[in-house]
Design a protein around this ligand. Structure first.
Ligand code: MG
Length: 315
Protein backbone atom coordinates (compact mmCIF):
# COMPACT_ATOMS: atom_id res chain seq x y z
CA UNK A 1 0.00 0.00 0.00
CA UNK A 2 1.16 3.51 -0.70
CA UNK A 3 0.11 7.14 -0.37
CA UNK A 4 0.32 10.25 -2.48
CA UNK A 5 2.04 13.16 -0.77
CA UNK A 6 1.62 16.88 -1.15
CA UNK A 7 4.34 19.02 0.40
CA UNK A 8 3.88 22.73 1.06
CA UNK A 9 6.99 24.67 2.02
CA UNK A 10 6.89 27.94 3.99
CA UNK A 11 8.25 29.67 0.87
CA UNK A 12 4.97 28.82 -0.88
CA UNK A 13 6.40 26.01 -3.01
CA UNK A 14 4.05 23.08 -3.53
CA UNK A 15 5.17 19.72 -4.88
CA UNK A 16 3.96 16.14 -5.12
CA UNK A 17 5.39 12.65 -4.80
CA UNK A 18 4.39 9.28 -3.44
CA UNK A 19 5.50 6.84 -0.77
CA UNK A 20 5.07 3.20 -1.63
CA UNK A 21 7.01 0.83 0.59
CA UNK A 22 7.27 -2.89 -0.13
CA UNK A 23 7.19 -4.49 3.29
CA UNK A 24 7.96 -7.89 1.77
CA UNK A 25 11.29 -6.42 0.63
CA UNK A 26 12.06 -5.05 4.08
CA UNK A 27 10.64 -1.50 3.87
CA UNK A 28 8.89 -0.03 6.91
CA UNK A 29 5.12 0.37 6.42
CA UNK A 30 3.54 3.62 5.24
CA UNK A 31 2.02 4.09 8.67
CA UNK A 32 5.36 3.65 10.48
CA UNK A 33 7.20 5.96 8.09
CA UNK A 34 4.55 8.68 8.39
CA UNK A 35 4.44 8.39 12.19
CA UNK A 36 8.22 8.61 12.33
CA UNK A 37 8.10 11.61 10.01
CA UNK A 38 5.62 13.35 12.32
CA UNK A 39 8.03 12.88 15.19
CA UNK A 40 10.91 14.28 13.14
CA UNK A 41 12.64 11.06 12.03
CA UNK A 42 12.90 10.94 8.27
CA UNK A 43 13.36 7.51 6.68
CA UNK A 44 15.51 7.18 3.56
CA UNK A 45 12.38 6.56 1.51
CA UNK A 46 10.63 9.58 2.95
CA UNK A 47 13.73 11.71 2.34
CA UNK A 48 13.55 10.68 -1.32
CA UNK A 49 9.82 11.50 -1.47
CA UNK A 50 10.66 14.96 -0.13
CA UNK A 51 13.50 15.44 -2.57
CA UNK A 52 11.34 14.43 -5.51
CA UNK A 53 8.46 16.63 -4.36
CA UNK A 54 10.88 19.53 -4.08
CA UNK A 55 12.14 18.95 -7.60
CA UNK A 56 8.52 18.93 -8.74
CA UNK A 57 7.69 22.06 -6.73
CA UNK A 58 10.59 24.05 -8.16
CA UNK A 59 9.54 23.22 -11.71
CA UNK A 60 5.89 24.03 -10.94
CA UNK A 61 6.90 27.39 -9.53
CA UNK A 62 8.65 28.13 -12.83
CA UNK A 63 5.61 26.83 -14.79
CA UNK A 64 8.00 24.37 -16.37
CA UNK A 65 7.39 20.72 -17.28
CA UNK A 66 10.16 18.35 -16.20
CA UNK A 67 9.28 16.21 -19.22
CA UNK A 68 9.88 19.16 -21.50
CA UNK A 69 13.02 20.22 -19.66
CA UNK A 70 14.60 16.78 -20.09
CA UNK A 71 12.97 16.02 -23.43
CA UNK A 72 16.31 15.31 -25.08
CA UNK A 73 17.15 12.63 -22.53
CA UNK A 74 13.62 11.30 -22.50
CA UNK A 75 13.77 10.56 -26.21
CA UNK A 76 16.85 8.41 -25.58
CA UNK A 77 15.61 6.58 -22.50
CA UNK A 78 14.12 3.36 -23.74
CA UNK A 79 12.40 1.17 -21.17
CA UNK A 80 12.53 -2.54 -20.62
CA UNK A 81 9.33 -4.56 -20.50
CA UNK A 82 8.65 -6.02 -17.06
CA UNK A 83 7.42 -9.57 -16.71
CA UNK A 84 6.58 -10.37 -13.10
CA UNK A 85 5.38 -13.87 -13.79
CA UNK A 86 6.81 -16.16 -16.43
CA UNK A 87 3.48 -17.96 -16.64
CA UNK A 88 1.98 -14.92 -18.41
CA UNK A 89 3.89 -15.03 -21.64
CA UNK A 90 0.92 -15.27 -24.00
CA UNK A 91 1.23 -12.06 -25.99
CA UNK A 92 4.88 -11.24 -26.10
CA UNK A 93 4.94 -11.07 -29.89
CA UNK A 94 3.17 -7.71 -29.63
CA UNK A 95 5.55 -6.62 -26.89
CA UNK A 96 8.57 -7.59 -28.99
CA UNK A 97 7.48 -5.11 -31.68
CA UNK A 98 8.34 -2.24 -29.34
CA UNK A 99 10.64 -3.62 -26.66
CA UNK A 100 14.01 -5.28 -27.19
CA UNK A 101 14.75 -5.87 -23.51
CA UNK A 102 12.65 -7.82 -21.04
CA UNK A 103 13.12 -7.93 -17.30
CA UNK A 104 11.90 -11.09 -15.65
CA UNK A 105 11.32 -11.66 -11.94
CA UNK A 106 12.56 -15.14 -11.15
CA UNK A 107 13.45 -17.33 -8.19
CA UNK A 108 10.13 -18.98 -7.38
CA UNK A 109 10.32 -22.15 -9.48
CA UNK A 110 13.78 -22.45 -10.96
CA UNK A 111 13.17 -25.52 -13.09
CA UNK A 112 10.02 -24.15 -14.73
CA UNK A 113 11.61 -20.72 -15.15
CA UNK A 114 14.68 -22.00 -16.95
CA UNK A 115 12.34 -23.67 -19.46
CA UNK A 116 10.09 -20.61 -19.89
CA UNK A 117 13.06 -18.36 -20.63
CA UNK A 118 13.92 -20.22 -23.83
CA UNK A 119 11.08 -18.76 -25.98
CA UNK A 120 12.00 -15.26 -24.79
CA UNK A 121 15.57 -15.79 -25.94
CA UNK A 122 14.36 -17.23 -29.20
CA UNK A 123 12.26 -14.12 -29.79
CA UNK A 124 15.45 -12.11 -29.58
CA UNK A 125 14.81 -10.30 -26.31
CA UNK A 126 17.76 -9.14 -24.29
CA UNK A 127 17.03 -10.57 -20.87
CA UNK A 128 17.43 -9.03 -17.44
CA UNK A 129 16.82 -11.53 -14.66
CA UNK A 130 15.92 -10.34 -11.16
CA UNK A 131 16.17 -12.84 -8.31
CA UNK A 132 15.66 -10.26 -5.54
CA UNK A 133 18.25 -12.32 -3.63
CA UNK A 134 15.54 -14.91 -3.00
CA UNK A 135 17.69 -17.99 -3.53
CA UNK A 136 21.12 -19.02 -2.24
CA UNK A 137 24.41 -19.17 -4.10
CA UNK A 138 24.34 -22.97 -4.53
CA UNK A 139 20.91 -22.83 -6.18
CA UNK A 140 22.04 -19.90 -8.31
CA UNK A 141 25.18 -21.53 -9.66
CA UNK A 142 23.24 -24.68 -10.42
CA UNK A 143 20.55 -22.66 -12.24
CA UNK A 144 23.09 -20.82 -14.36
CA UNK A 145 25.09 -23.95 -15.17
CA UNK A 146 21.95 -25.73 -16.37
CA UNK A 147 20.58 -22.79 -18.35
CA UNK A 148 20.13 -23.29 -22.07
CA UNK A 149 23.08 -21.58 -23.81
CA UNK A 150 20.64 -19.67 -26.02
CA UNK A 151 19.23 -18.03 -22.87
CA UNK A 152 22.61 -17.41 -21.30
CA UNK A 153 23.75 -15.64 -24.44
CA UNK A 154 20.78 -13.25 -24.29
CA UNK A 155 21.25 -12.25 -20.64
CA UNK A 156 22.21 -8.61 -20.31
CA UNK A 157 22.60 -8.90 -16.54
CA UNK A 158 21.30 -10.63 -13.46
CA UNK A 159 20.00 -8.49 -10.62
CA UNK A 160 20.61 -9.52 -6.98
CA UNK A 161 21.30 -13.19 -7.75
CA UNK A 162 21.53 -14.10 -4.04
CA UNK A 163 22.32 -12.21 -0.79
CA UNK A 164 25.40 -10.06 -1.30
CA UNK A 165 28.77 -11.69 -0.72
CA UNK A 166 31.70 -10.07 -2.49
CA UNK A 167 33.58 -13.29 -3.24
CA UNK A 168 30.54 -15.26 -4.41
CA UNK A 169 29.18 -12.38 -6.51
CA UNK A 170 32.61 -12.13 -8.17
CA UNK A 171 32.31 -15.81 -9.06
CA UNK A 172 28.79 -15.22 -10.37
CA UNK A 173 30.24 -12.80 -12.91
CA UNK A 174 31.62 -15.79 -14.79
CA UNK A 175 28.10 -16.44 -16.06
CA UNK A 176 26.82 -12.94 -16.77
CA UNK A 177 27.06 -9.32 -15.73
CA UNK A 178 25.66 -8.68 -12.27
CA UNK A 179 23.49 -5.78 -11.16
CA UNK A 180 23.14 -4.50 -7.63
CA UNK A 181 19.68 -3.42 -6.52
CA UNK A 182 18.07 -4.40 -3.23
CA UNK A 183 21.38 -5.59 -1.78
CA UNK A 184 22.74 -2.01 -2.07
CA UNK A 185 22.76 -1.45 1.67
CA UNK A 186 24.68 -4.66 2.35
CA UNK A 187 27.69 -3.59 0.30
CA UNK A 188 30.87 -2.37 1.92
CA UNK A 189 32.37 -0.31 -0.90
CA UNK A 190 35.72 0.41 0.77
CA UNK A 191 37.68 -2.70 -0.30
CA UNK A 192 37.01 -1.97 -4.00
CA UNK A 193 38.13 1.63 -3.84
CA UNK A 194 40.54 2.61 -6.58
CA UNK A 195 41.13 -1.02 -7.59
CA UNK A 196 39.16 -0.88 -10.82
CA UNK A 197 41.61 1.62 -12.18
CA UNK A 198 44.57 -0.73 -11.73
CA UNK A 199 42.61 -3.67 -13.12
CA UNK A 200 43.36 -6.37 -10.60
CA UNK A 201 40.57 -8.66 -11.73
CA UNK A 202 39.92 -10.49 -8.48
CA UNK A 203 39.53 -7.28 -6.49
CA UNK A 204 37.26 -5.52 -8.92
CA UNK A 205 33.87 -4.41 -7.79
CA UNK A 206 31.84 -7.65 -7.88
CA UNK A 207 29.03 -6.15 -9.95
CA UNK A 208 28.73 -4.20 -13.18
CA UNK A 209 25.47 -2.30 -12.98
CA UNK A 210 23.76 -0.30 -10.28
CA UNK A 211 19.97 -0.10 -10.27
CA UNK A 212 19.03 3.43 -9.28
CA UNK A 213 15.62 3.78 -7.68
CA UNK A 214 14.93 7.46 -7.06
CA UNK A 215 12.09 6.39 -4.73
CA UNK A 216 14.57 4.76 -2.39
CA UNK A 217 18.11 5.96 -2.80
CA UNK A 218 19.96 9.22 -2.98
CA UNK A 219 20.46 9.65 -6.73
CA UNK A 220 23.51 11.86 -6.49
CA UNK A 221 25.48 9.51 -4.28
CA UNK A 222 24.40 6.49 -6.32
CA UNK A 223 25.64 8.24 -9.46
CA UNK A 224 28.95 9.17 -7.89
CA UNK A 225 29.41 5.51 -6.95
CA UNK A 226 28.81 4.61 -10.60
CA UNK A 227 31.50 7.03 -11.68
CA UNK A 228 33.97 6.05 -8.99
CA UNK A 229 33.58 2.30 -9.55
CA UNK A 230 32.99 2.54 -13.30
CA UNK A 231 29.52 0.98 -13.21
CA UNK A 232 26.62 1.32 -15.61
CA UNK A 233 23.24 2.35 -14.23
CA UNK A 234 19.60 1.62 -14.91
CA UNK A 235 16.93 3.84 -13.40
CA UNK A 236 13.75 2.11 -12.33
CA UNK A 237 10.51 3.10 -10.69
CA UNK A 238 9.43 1.28 -7.57
CA UNK A 239 6.27 -0.42 -8.87
CA UNK A 240 4.53 2.55 -7.32
CA UNK A 241 1.91 5.12 -8.31
CA UNK A 242 2.15 6.80 -11.76
CA UNK A 243 3.30 9.90 -9.84
CA UNK A 244 6.37 7.92 -8.70
CA UNK A 245 6.81 6.59 -12.19
CA UNK A 246 6.79 10.11 -13.65
CA UNK A 247 9.45 11.11 -11.12
CA UNK A 248 11.65 8.12 -12.00
CA UNK A 249 11.27 8.85 -15.72
CA UNK A 250 12.32 12.47 -15.43
CA UNK A 251 15.29 11.49 -13.26
CA UNK A 252 16.26 8.86 -15.85
CA UNK A 253 16.00 11.47 -18.63
CA UNK A 254 18.15 13.94 -16.70
CA UNK A 255 20.84 11.31 -16.00
CA UNK A 256 20.79 10.19 -19.64
CA UNK A 257 21.47 13.75 -20.75
CA UNK A 258 24.36 14.06 -18.30
CA UNK A 259 25.97 10.63 -18.51
CA UNK A 260 25.04 9.21 -21.93
CA UNK A 261 25.95 5.55 -22.49
CA UNK A 262 26.61 4.95 -18.81
CA UNK A 263 22.83 5.03 -18.39
CA UNK A 264 21.27 1.82 -19.71
CA UNK A 265 17.64 1.21 -20.61
CA UNK A 266 15.31 2.15 -17.79
CA UNK A 267 12.60 0.17 -16.05
CA UNK A 268 10.02 2.85 -15.45
CA UNK A 269 6.95 1.51 -17.24
CA UNK A 270 5.51 -0.30 -14.28
CA UNK A 271 1.98 1.10 -14.46
CA UNK A 272 1.10 -1.60 -16.97
CA UNK A 273 1.30 -4.06 -14.06
CA UNK A 274 -1.76 -2.41 -12.56
CA UNK A 275 -5.28 -1.64 -13.70
CA UNK A 276 -5.46 1.56 -15.75
CA UNK A 277 -6.61 4.59 -13.80
CA UNK A 278 -7.03 8.31 -14.41
CA UNK A 279 -3.36 8.90 -13.60
CA UNK A 280 -1.86 6.19 -15.80
CA UNK A 281 -4.11 7.41 -18.65
CA UNK A 282 -2.08 10.66 -18.59
CA UNK A 283 1.23 8.95 -19.40
CA UNK A 284 1.78 9.40 -23.13
CA UNK A 285 3.83 6.55 -24.48
CA UNK A 286 5.32 5.59 -27.78
CA UNK A 287 6.35 1.95 -27.67
CA UNK A 288 9.15 1.59 -25.14
CA UNK A 289 9.51 5.36 -24.77
CA UNK A 290 7.54 7.86 -22.74
CA UNK A 291 6.82 11.13 -24.47
CA UNK A 292 5.38 13.14 -21.64
CA UNK A 293 2.79 13.72 -18.98
CA UNK A 294 1.08 17.03 -19.67
CA UNK A 295 1.34 19.78 -17.08
CA UNK A 296 3.97 21.47 -14.96
CA UNK A 297 6.59 19.63 -12.86
CA UNK A 298 5.90 15.93 -13.28
CA UNK A 299 2.45 16.75 -14.70
CA UNK A 300 -1.01 15.54 -13.58
CA UNK A 301 -1.80 19.14 -12.50
CA UNK A 302 -5.57 19.05 -12.51
CA UNK A 303 -5.75 15.55 -11.01
CA UNK A 304 -3.38 16.35 -8.15
CA UNK A 305 -5.00 19.69 -7.39
CA UNK A 306 -8.48 18.19 -7.20
CA UNK A 307 -7.63 15.35 -4.78
CA UNK A 308 -9.14 15.59 -1.28
CA UNK A 309 -5.88 16.02 0.69
CA UNK A 310 -5.90 15.40 4.43
CA UNK A 311 -3.40 16.09 7.21
CA UNK A 312 -4.79 13.37 9.41
CA UNK A 313 -3.10 10.01 9.50
CA UNK A 314 -5.98 7.62 8.99
CA UNK A 315 -4.18 4.43 8.07
MG1 MG B 1 15.45 -5.60 -8.40
Amino acid sequence: MGVLLKFEWPSGLVGYSDLHPWEELGDASVRDQLLEFQSGNISQQMAQSMWLAQRDAQARARHESLFQKFDQGLRQVKNNFLLTDLKNTEDLTQVRLHFDTIKVKVGRDLTAESVSLVPLAEMGFNIRLDFNAAIDSVQYFQFMRNLDPIVRKRIEYVEDPFPFDATLWSQARRFSKIALDNQYHNVDWEPFKGLNQISIKEYECPFDVLIIKPAKMNVESAMSRCLEYDLRASVTSYMDHPVGEAHALTVAAELKEKYGDRILQAGCLTHSQYKDDIFSAEIQMQGAFVKKVTGTGIGFDHLLESLPWTQELKI
